[in-house]
Write a protein that binds this ligand. Sequence first.
Ligand code: GLN
Length: 187
Amino acid sequence: GKKVGVLALQGDVSEHIRAFEAALGGDGEVVPVRTPADLEGCDALAIPGGESTTLARLIAESGLREAIQTFKGGIFATCAGMVLVATEINDSRFEPLGIVDITIERNAFGRQRESFEAGLAIEGLDEPFHAIFIRAPMATAAGPGVEVLGRTEQGIVAVRCGKHMVLSFHPELGGDLRLHRTFLEAL
Ligand code: GLN
């Protein structure tokens, strides 16, 4: 079974743990990651939604920045996680981790649409995914190694890059585990 770490510094950590436990179905384990040692032996790391400025600071303080940047497993990054793994963001207060070649606009959907839900067509899924967006980022550009899986009228909201899956929305809410399973299958 696979070992999935969930970055447990801030954000919706318990929802990610529950969703990966359900997706693994008893075959594998899910562990909280707070230190570089916690990440050792993990096949994957989930980076949850939360507040990316706060998460960036906590990642630096916990010594995890380099450990995540050199991590050989797959990264499942959602919402604030999407901001963190990017190469470029429209916010000068912190440096993203630079793991996935995407350019990110934080809080891209503006005040009127701070939170919304949409049936989203995703590459590789037969039926639309009911996607929950909460002050979501979006990608305005994706580099050559990045496969775009989904977009709204405004921009890119789902990508894959090697083993990594990066989503603007919150697949850990709502009980649809298809994207978790797709991610786990590719590890
Ligand atoms: N707006 C947040 C940020 O950029 C992300 C929101 C979320 O993760 N739900 O950090």
